[in-house]
Design a protein around this ligand. Structure first.
Ligand SMILES: [Zn+2]
Length: 412
């Protein structure tokens, strides 16, 4: 018996075709959520799903679900695949779209082969994953799992001053179904890595076992501006010096936790910002990420303590403000094991990996057993027109998704 495979030529062609829709006047691929460009992408996906013989449903937040069920398995909890087809500004063709189109390809393969499945298969395209036009990001999946009220989400105002609810109606994707209308038995998301690890190690498949939590803070330090030449070192209240101490502390803290944390001070601003004036004010941001919640909590506490001792020692006042905070997500061990088995059968190399970026899967993990599959991103580049994954890797990933979805849909 020959091994089932996803139609690779069709997958690659569709990625190209979807990626050609929504190019803005500057020649950049930009399909922000609920825009005319987004409608073009949605219409194409829906057309392909309907041509394949799938039933298509839209929920109130505009999430699209294409369902394949048979008389025998109708009504049982489905296996859901999916991702998103909205993009950032000047995007690549693969982020999100790959997971949606590969999911469709998986279903088409199983339909063509006439394989018996104990459960229906669904491919989902979630609304506003990127969060560029409306906040928060991952909105469609967040609403779907009950993490945000649908009415509140529909009232979200875009960067161009439009209500999401009106925009969804305008483009024809304000559905009737309540988000969460289907509770899947499992959710599997295939995605490009968007980082350099797999490519640099020559590994074809990343088995994503968890996703980092994120802690963002803005720290404002107030000291006293004074003459850089006449103010003795011991009499200064130097906001810049305090900022430097915090930067160093963040780096040391993350380094101490080794592979379990990364820490970055990515933005800093001094006032008055002059060569011969002691800074009166410094504002900086801190980005801490870890796959372990207790690590994030410990780091946040350590940073808060350090800030108090720095402000006492240097005579400055420090205020910190949380800008964003998400908890790490642990994916389902059983699905992670199944992915590894499928990869092994296919003869590819895999490694367990932590997702450094947010994905719809982190929301779906609140609703059902969930895991993700990564394929390499050339040079780790993403959210950029140079985003690229070779066809060979795209096809491997789709075939792993096929194996995992089949395995899950056949067993309970
Ligand atoms: Zn994505």
């Amino acid at each position: 018996m020959t091994r089932m495979t996803v139609d690779s030529e069709r997958l690659v062609r569709r990625l190209k075709e979807l990626g050609s829709l929504g190019v803005d006047q500057d020649g950049r691929l930009t399909r922000l959520a609920a825009t005319d460009a987004d409608k073009l992408g949605r219409d194409l996906f829906v057309r392909w799903a309907k041509e394949a013989g799938l039933k298509v449903f839209i929920d109130r937040i505009g999430n699209i679900f294409a369902i394949y069920e048979t008389r025998e398995n109708a009504g049982t909890a489905p296996i859901m695949m999916g991702s998103h087809i909205d993009t950032v500004i000047n995007a690549g063709k693969f982020d999100g779209c790959y997971g949606v189109l590969a999911g469709l390809g998986v279903i088409e393969t199983l339909m063509a082969e006439g394989i018996y499945l104990a459960r229906p298969l669904v491919v989902a395209a979630f609304t506003n994953e990127e969060g560029v036009r409306f906040t928060p990001d991952m909105m469609g999946s967040l609403v779907y799992v009950g993490g945000m009220d649908v009415e509140e989400a529909l009232q979200a105002v875009s960067i161009d001053g439009k209500l999401l609810g009106h925009e969804l109606e305008r483009i024809g994707y304000a559905g009737k179904l309540d988000p969460g209308f289907l509770t899947p038995e499992a959710y599997v998301e295939l995605h490009i890595e968007q980082g350099p690890i797999l490519e640099s190690l020559g590994i074809q498949i990343g088995v994503v076992e968890n996703l980092q939590g994120i802690s963002w803070q803005r720290i404002a330090i107030d000291g006293v501006a004074n003459h850089a030449g006449t103010t003795p070192m011991g009499l200064r209240r130097d906001a810049g010096h305090a900022a430097a101490k915090i930067m160093e502390f963040v780096h040391e803290l993350a380094t101490e936790y080794n592979t379990e944390m990364v820490g970055t001070v990515g933005s800093i601003h001094f006032e008055p910002n002059a060569i011969n004036v002691i800074p009166s004010r410094a504002t900086l941001t801190v980005d801490l990420r870890s796959p372990k919640e207790e690590r994030l909590l410990t780091a946040e506490t350590a940073l808060a303590d350090e800030i108090i001792s720095i402000s006492n020692a240097l005579g400055v006042s420090v205020r910190s403000e949380t800008l964003a905070r998400t908890q790490p997500v642990q994916f389902c061990n059983d699905i992670v094991d199944r992915i590894e088995r499928v990869v092994e059968l296919g003869g590819f190399k895999s490694m367990r990996i932590t997702s450094g970026a947010g994905h719809d899967a982190q929301m779906m993990a609140r609703l059902c057993p969930t895991a993700m599959i990564f394929v390499p991103s050339a040079q780790g580049i993403s959210h950029n027109p140079d985003e690229y994954t070779p066809d060979f890797d795209l096809i491997n990933g789709a075939n792993v998704l096929l194996g995992v979805a089949t395995d899950l849909a056949r067993t309970h």
